[in-house]
Design a protein around this ligand. Structure first.
Ligand code: HEC
Length: 161
């Protein structure tokens, strides 16, 4: 086993990091391009707080918004350190740029987090969904009052119906 971590790393975190390194998803080919976090406000804060223990390739794969909520709590438990303000930035960045969402099951809170809406706009999106019998396509979603079409397009690979 080559030496992957130099100095100052506890046995516990080396053990946990080895769990990541031995994960099958990490072994899909002889070369993997380094994963990059999307450019968006808050990226620098996320890089500073989140890349101390593992790389961006652990962070980038799509997870649903509820799973992301749990994952960020888990990272706190593992020892990720940030001020309250930085945590807010991390939550906003992760939810709006990385999280996946089923738009027919999402709560108003989920819409607010993914599309950066205020509570009343998010509530109207859900009300529109209930009234119209659900979203079938990206275009249905764009017609929901309060949802910005450009934001919907930017998130479309992460949305399911
Ligand atoms: C103190 C070290 C540490 C920091 C800082 C840290 N993580 Fe982690 N992270 C870990 C460890 C250890 C694991 C592996 C745990 C496991 O395999 O379940 C992990 C795993 C993950 C995973 C994969 C979890 C899964 O279940 O698939 C994600 C996503 C993740 N981290 C995101 C983040 C984000 C976002 C941040 C910044 C807020 C962050 N991490 C900061 C230690 C850290």
């Amino acid at each position: 086993m080559p030496r992957l971590f130099a100095g100052g790393v506890s046995g516990l975190s080396v053990g946990l990091c080895l769990v990541i390194l031995s994960h099958p998803a990490g072994a899909t080919g002889p070369f993997q391009a380094p994963a990059v976090l999307p450019d968006a406000p808050g990226k620098a804060v996320v890089e500073r707080i989140c890349l101390g223990c593992h790389g961006a390739e652990v962070i980038v794969p799509a997870r649903t918004l509820p799973v992301w909520r749990e994952t960020l709590e888990l990272m706190k438990g593992f020892g990720a350190v940030a001020t309250d303000e930085e945590w807010t930035t991390v939550h906003t960045y992760v939810f709006s740029n990385l999280a996946a969402l089923n738009v027919n099951r999402a709560s108003a809170d989920d819409f607010a987090a993914l599309f950066l809406l205020d509570a009343s706009a998010a509530t109207s999106v859900v009300a529109h969904r209930e009234k119209s019998g659900g979203f079938r396509t990206i275009d249905d979603l764009k017609k929901a009052p309060g949802l910005d079409a450009a934001r919907v397009d930017a998130a479309k690979d992460r949305l399911s119906f």
